[in-house]
Structures are given as C-alpha cells and as structure tokens.
Ligand binder design. Sequence first.
Ligand code: GLA
Length: 706
Amino acid sequence: LDETEYLVTTLRLRNGGCSLVLAIDDSRVSILHWGADFTGGIPDVGDLAPARAISSHDVVVQCELLPSASAGWTGTPGLQGHRSGRDFSPRLRVTDVDESADATAVTIVCTDDDAGIAVTSRLELGVHGLLRMRHDLANTGQTPYQLDSLALSLPVPPRATELLDLTGRWARERQPQRTPFNFGRWARGERRGRTGHDSSVLFAAGTPGFASRTGEVWAVHLGWSSNHELAAERVPDGRALLSGAELFAPGELVLEPGSAYATPWLYAAYSADGLDGITAAFHGWLRARPEHPRTPRPVGINTWEAVYFDQDLETLAELAVAAAAVGVERFVVDDGWFLGRRTDQAGLGDWTVDPDVWPNGLTPLIDSVHELGMEFGLWVEPEMINTVSNAARAHPEWIAGPGPHDPILWRHQHVLDLTDDAAWRHVYSALDALLSKNAIDYLKWDHNRDLADMGHRGRGSAHSQMLAVYRLIDELRRAHPGVEIESCSSGGARVDLGILERTDRVWASDTNDALERQTIQRWTEVVLPPEIVGAHIGPPTSHTTGRTHSLWFRGITALFAHLGIEWDIRNLPESETRELSTLVSLYKEHRSMLHTGTLVRADLADPTRSLYGVVSPDGSEALLAYVALATSAAETPGFVRIPGLVAERDYSVTVISGEEADVYLEAAAPPWVSSGIAASGAFLGTVGLPFPILNPEKAILIRLVS
Ligand code: GLA
C-alpha cells in the first residue's frame, strides 16, 4: 500500500473458520467484523458507513482499533495518557501496514507526530480461529509521556446481549456469573498484583441463553499475571466492545522519550456453537505451541495435605514407597524444606535446605525417589520474604512497599522487591544453586499473597515487578531447560496465558473437595486444556470444606485434568490402595486421549446433573463423566443425549465401575448400565440413552469405543 491507499481500504484475515475484517477510512483503522468466516468479497468501505445518529457529530463516529475522542467516540478511549496534561487526545493515522502473505496476520503502525506517539498493533488469527492482538506504544516526543491506559478492544454485534464472566475466592475459583449486556460499562478489575482468585479467565458476550453447545459467543482472555481490567461496553449508538487492559497505579508508567510500552496479548475466540467452540479454539491454539507439554503427564503426589510442615526423611521416604506402589510417577515435596521453615511465619527468602530437618540435604530423599522410578519436584515461593529470615534481616530494603508507610502483611509475609537488582540476583542465584546441586525435575512455583499497595521507592511498581518475575522464570528455564514448572498462587490465583508462556501447568485450586472441583475445573478448562490443569485426589474428608466423598468420586473428578494425589497414603486399607491403583491405571490408560481430544459438555435441563468428557480427535473413542452435583427434582433423569460423537460411527457404550457399590441405585438402573449397549453416534446424540439415578456427589464413568 502506498500512503494514499491508507485513506480507504479493507484488510481481511481468515483462519480456522473465522474472519477479521479491518477497515481503514480517512486513515483511521477500525474492525468491521470479527466472527464467522464468510465467502465472497467485501463491498467498498464507503458504502458500509453506519447510519449517523441524530443529534450527533457531522461525520460518522468511527470505533477505531484505539477508540478516540478525535473521531467522536464518547465511550472509554482506547489510549489514555498525557504530557503534564497535554497531548491527551491523539489523532492516530495509519502510516504502515504489513500483512502476512497467507492473510492470517497483520502489523499496523499508527502515528500522531503532534502528540509524539506511535502505536504498532499486531493481530494474528491463528489455528482454530484463535485471534491474538497486542499494541506497542512508543514515545516519539521530546518529553516524558505518562501512560494511564492502553486497551485492546474488539467489537461484538448488537445480537450479543448477554455477558458471562468468572469470579471466585480462595478454594472456590472461577465461578460463572451472567449479566445482561446493557448500555454502559461492565468491568472486572484486578488490583491484586497477581491474576487473582476472582479473575475472569474468560470474559464472554453471546446471543441470549448461549450455553455449552448452543448460541453465538465472542470471548476474550488477557494474558497477564498482574493488575488488569476486562470490560464490556455498549455506547448509545448500539455499538459494543469487549476489551482488556493492564491497570497502572497513578503515575506508574512514565515513558521517557524514545522508550515504549507493550501491552499483554489479548486472546479472543468466536464460536457459532456455544462455549465448547470457544474451548476448542483455545485448546487447539495452546496445544499447537512448541512449548506445550507433549510427554505423558505423570501422576504426581504432593506432600502438602499429606504431612504439611511435618517433614523428615523417614516420613517422606515411606510416602514415596507407598506412592510408587500405586503407580505415582512424580513426587513433589511441598512447603517446609528450607531454612527455618517450621511454620508459615518464617523462612521465605532463604532458599537453602534446612539442616535441622534435612541433616544430609535433600539428596537421600531425591535418590530414593529416583530409584523408585519417580521424578522429584520441589515447592518454592521466590517472590516473597518473611521478616523472620536471613534475607530480610540483612536487606530490609528488599521488602517491597509504597513508602513512606509500611506495607501490610498477608500470611506473615511481604513481597520481595524484584525490581531491586540485588534482590533479583539473590533469588536467582539461590534457585540456580538449588537446581544445580540437586537433581530436581519439577518446581511448584507458589505466590501466596496479593501485591496490594505495591511500590518501589515511592512509585507504583506492579508492572515492573511482573516483568521481573517473568524474567526470573525465563532465565531459570534457560539455565535449567529440563525442569518443568507449575504455576500456583494460594491455589488458582495465577491462571493466565502470560504465566503459561513460561510454565507447564497450573494448580487450579487449593480445594481438593471433588464437588467444588467439578465447577472449578469446568471453568478453568473452558480456556486451559486438561493436561495443564492440576487436580489431586485428596483425603476422604476434604481439608478445605469438611465434606466426605468416596474415592471413586474423587478419582473421576481428578481424571479429567492432570491427575495427582495429595493425601497420606502410607497406611490405607487394602481396598482403598487397590481402588487408588485402579484409578491411576485408568488415567494412564486414557491420558493420551484425554490430553489430545476434544472436551465436550452437554447442556442438560437438570442443573443438578453434569455430563462432560473427552472425545478423541477422530471420534473413535470417548470417556465421559456423568455427575450428580446435588439431589434432583426429577425422580429419574430420562433420556440424556451424548454430545460430540461422530454421527456415522457405531459405538459400544459401557460403564466403568469402581469397587464401591455406591455409584448408583443398581437395581433400578437401566439395563445398559451393567450390560453395555451398541448404538450409533447419531442415535446417541439425537435420542440419547436412559440414564441411571445417582445419589448426590456421585459419578459414573462412561466409555465409548467405535
Ligand atoms: C499455598 C499452595 C498450597 C501449598 C501451600 C504451602 O497455599 O496453594 O498448595 O503449597 O501454599 O504453604
């Protein structure tokens, strides 16, 4: 394109059943369409100008890539910033467009020389139609530019009238909530300096009543692990946007002349067939990344709910033997192994092995774990510091805070100021030494507090702290490429695609209560594929809720994720050891299918029942869980349709049972539950099967093979 062509033209990206059409009019860029693909050409932009509102500007108000007041936009501006109050209202003009030859990606440069701003926007439409975009803003002026907000936004059509986002708390992450998409702005802000237990891993708009397999849905996710806001906004002329942006403390982000700020990636998916289509786009895109874990996800055991801080060689070596006997493949020593760490009140910052607990270091345990054929993993919390630690005693200045007042404590700990070079080097060297001296295969990387009131020498620093954390993980990974890392944050408070660029799995929640986990995993896996979502079989009575569940229910729940155990299994009754081994074997038998197949969720009329599972990519097999979350209003479930099968295939359907006879009222169950049944995918998907009655908090496992 030469410069005159930037005045009026269209650009189109196509991939994975989606189209993104960009319109350039009067050298302003806007998105004309994001959604379903279509055939044929695009009429002239000039003929597509929307109606001009009465009592409005004399020109059609454009909703640019960065919506701006200079085009008449009265909603939230895409770019907010200034130079001591000046250059606050940019008028950005396209100055360069670079589209990939296969029309799946484009880089657009827009500049305002008077305001001294250049914005480079990158949009990529990837496999399965997953779109990602980011902006890079450079200060081309002569004086510092204070950036207040730089949002990534995408338009949705007027028929998207309903919103879905997620909220939560510790041990109850990712709970859905719905609101009508009214005029005005619905925003979900996170100011915790971490992704947040209540963060919305998915923020969606859709046609009325959109569900797992019906309705049109447009959804976004922001790949950032610190302060951010997701918003839906409908302006009076009816136009509507979904957006995501990093949030800054006042004056936090000042760009010196010549410097730049890059937004996180905003990920976005469109589906004509409900949320399962959104899930398929995210899973497909994540699985196509070169760094996505492809080796069989090992069955883990974690010591936390097994022994808490009561660690010693004899106890953990015994636990390792019991774990190996039921088929565990990775043994993870949780919190409590490092200097002075007998409770949660001391030790963070001192990343050396405590000689009082481990007089011969961790090597004897690591050796026995390896001899038993398991990997060895270790818990760390590198971004934190206890005042009771050698690190804090020697370097009180490493405690991050806004100054002059002191930061408040959370779980007796402060945040280590990783924007301080000496503090960063201290923790890098300690972890590097730990990984160099010990044969560690896996780190559980924890982060157990909010970073509210976060500052460095009097200025907000959540942004630079997050970049320092990313760099810390990146450099450790470069130095120790074989080590896998799990992202944990008081359970599931750090689940986002920013941290997942550098980690291999997330800990979805601190609750191992299988009933709570049904919802948490359903909404974590709406974006993340099961193989990177940690789920553990906990003790019979949950430590977080006091509920008691059968081993079969706990096991089935953990099966649809990356399975582990978090339970003292040293002295289990023989029947429980046998059932645990059965569950571990089931996971091993099916994990390659569970971790590559398509996640499907039925839309059931009965809110107390849930049916979900994984269908292999070619549709030749499937494994599903049918779960009773509570007692039902109906006496029997009637016919239930099985989603996601290939209509033309013939399937043999069987129920896989556990040892316990508690799974359903056996005598009253439909015959196929014990005898199995043969039926076509078309029949199972259209008519369905009569399902058994289940007691509450029970589940059955259904296997289909063609
Ligand atoms: C956090 C984690 C837990 C456990 C404890 C240890 O709460 O989420 O899984 O590791 O810390 O202190």
